[in-house]
Ligand binder design. Structure first.
Ligand SMILES: C[S@@+](CC[C@H](N)C(=O)[O-])C[C@H]1O[C@@H](n2cnc3c(N)ncnc32)[C@H](O)[C@@H]1O
Length: 251
């Protein structure tokens, strides 16, 4: 399976939906990430699974310090390298083989761990990130939750909406396996699942508009964002995202 997933990323068109996903989610993810970075202000940053590097480039505009993006495909790294500057570099490598000379103040990884196809592999992935961080270093993860998806599908089922399936190359994070390791090794500073956004976009909208999961208009996206911003905390259990802000313990 690892080879199939690698092949997928080696050939995917970075303009396609398969690469970036839904633009409205990206904007919600960005709000989460950049609010954190604005508070941290400075430090050396590693972006794991950086893809074509556009987010990594935006990180350098928020954080004072050097940024390194790593990705295990030529497809992505060749595009990313065009963005290199004095303080922004890209390296083709697999996270499981990366051994930099220094540890990082901040590591961000967006929709990358879901490409490791087993719970055990994902645990190893997060422990690699832990090893690459300085004590009290920040880890920002933007992933998807297996339990969030299950809860949301249960809700959809009770209203006869079809199940949302994971893409074949994704393995959503099993919180029952990962969170005990995370809580032992990191302080959890924030955890969000964007439940309000999912509830509006993938439940209310198909229910009332009679349309199942199409691409939404900007107006719909704005309304879903408003639901997230007002009711997000109350509806968190229905979110399939797993946005985490963690700080490494000094152990
Ligand atoms: C969905 S893309 C996300 C790109 C970028 N992080 C973003 O949010 O725009 C996932 C990326 O992770 C990379 N990737 C997956 N597994 C990896 C691994 N073990 N080591 C390094 N890169 C990996 C893939 O090649 C792909 O470019």
């Amino acid at each position: 399976m690892e080879k199939t997933i690698h092949k997928f990323w080696e050939s995917v068109d970075s303009k396609s939906n398969a690469y970036r996903g839904n633009p409205s989610f990206e904007s919600m993810e960005d709000q989460f990430i950049f609010n954190i970075l604005k508070k941290i202000k400075k430090g050396n940053l590693l972006d794991v699974g950086c893809g074509k590097g556009d987010r990594t480039e935006r990180f350098t505009k928020t954080i004072k310090g050097n940024a390194t993006g790593i990705d295990y495909t030529d497809n992505m790294i060749n595009q990313a390298k065009k963005r290199e500057t004095r303080n922004l570099h890209f390296i083709k490598t697999d996270i499981f083989k990366y051994n930099p000379p220094e540890k990082y103040d901040i590591i961000a990884s967006c929709r990358c761990i879901i490409n490791t196809p087993t719970d055990k592999g994902q645990l190893k992935f997060v422990s690699r990130l832990h090893d690459l961080l300085k004590p009290y270093g920040h880890l920002i993860l933007v992933e998807r939750s297996k339990q969030g998806l299950e809860r949301f599908n249960k809700l959809r089922k009770s209203f006869k909406l079809p199940k949302i399936k994971e893409r074949y190359h994704n393995h959503y994070l099993n919180e029952n396996v990962l969170m005990p390791y995370i809580r032992d090794n990191f302080d959890v500073l924030d955890i969000q699942r964007l439940g309000g956004f999912f509830f509006a976009l993938r439940f209310l909208k198909p229910l009332f508009c009679g349309r199942v999961d199409g691409v939404e208009s900007q107006e719909h996206s704005r309304l879903c964002e408003a639901v997230q911003n007002t009711l997000g905390n109350k509806l968190d259990e229905y979110g399939m995202q797993l946005l985490l802000h963690l700080r490494k313990k000094n152990t």
